[in-house]
Design a protein around this ligand. Structure first.
Ligand SMILES: [Zn+2]
Ligand SMILES: [Zn+2]
Length: 257
């Protein structure tokens, strides 16, 4: 299996990172994508990927948009030039109007620049969207070319109509993780039933959003299997099929063999 969205370079793993990765391997999670959230964090993602055999992304999270450089492309070029681990996507990038840690105008500018960069670099995009659906979709309608680009809505937690828009109109994948296991997530489970297995990839977003029965604890890549189990249950298919199909989808998305 692939954990398509983790933050294994986070300081919360400084004491036991190698053990955490070993537990993932023991659980059948052989590939981990560790996701950058600003320039410094993306650099740490790359260094961690280099020393632990992971895949990395580089991106500027909407929370960090206020500190983004004017020339994001130059900063990303420099990160890629210095990387010995595979950089498999741009992001996470997007809009988050829940906390508004950065002004919305800055979030939109930084999102647009990262979509443009990903397109020029022929890399897929990892999106983070929270309480900004209309603005986010508006930017996609301006900039997204589903024939030329690949994208995933990470930690998708919307309803069936939103899922259908992302999948049908934009050809996006949906990253599904711990939220699916929460009692209150009936709307999300309905969304997964609506789109089916084909557009789904599995993720943890660790150290955040641990699935039941670990809810509230530090999350880790090994726990992605819990969320996959719920996908199997609600779609009424074998867990082995969920693992095989979502892994193949993730490999195509990130351009892996
Ligand atoms: Zn996120
Ligand atoms: Zn994340």
């Amino acid at each position: 299996m692939i954990d398509t969205h983790a933050h294994v370079h986070d300081h919360q793993y400084d004491e036991d990172r190698a053990d955490t990765i070993a537990r993932a391997h023991a659980a059948g999670v052989d590939t981990i994508v560790t996701i950058g959230t600003d320039l410094e964090d993306s650099e740490r993602a790359i260094r961690t990927a280099e020393s632990h055999g992971l895949l990395a992304t580089i991106g500027i999270h909407p929370h960090e948009a206020k500190d983004a450089p004017e020339d994001i492309a130059a900063a990303f070029d420099a990160l890629r030039a210095g990387a010995k681990a595979p950089i498999v996507a741009i992001g996470e990038t997007g809009l988050d109007y829940h906390y508004n840690h950065s002004p919305a105008e800055e979030q939109r500018r930084v999102l647009r620049d990262q979509i443009a960069y990903a397109r020029a670099a022929a890399l897929p995009v990892v999106f983070h969207q929270r309480e900004a659906f209309d603005d986010f979709v508006g930017i996609l309608r301006e900039q997204w070319d589903r024939k030329a680009m690949r994208g995933v809505i990470h930690c998708f937690s919307g309803n069936a109509a939103e899922a259908t828009t992302f999948v049908e109109e934009f050809g996006m994948l949906l990253g599904i993780g711990g939220v699916l296991t929460f009692k209150t997530a009936e709307g999300l489970r309905e969304a997964v039933r609506t789109v089916g297995l084909a557009p789904i990839v599995m993720e943890t977003d660790c150290p955040y959003l641990a699935p039941v029965p670990y809810r509230g604890k530090r999350n880790e890549p090994a726990f992605v299997t819990e969320s996959a189990g719920v996908v199997a249950k609600i779609l009424n298919v074998d867990l082995a099929e969920v693992n095989a199909v979502t892994t193949a989808t993730a490999k195509r998305f990130f351009g892996l063999r």
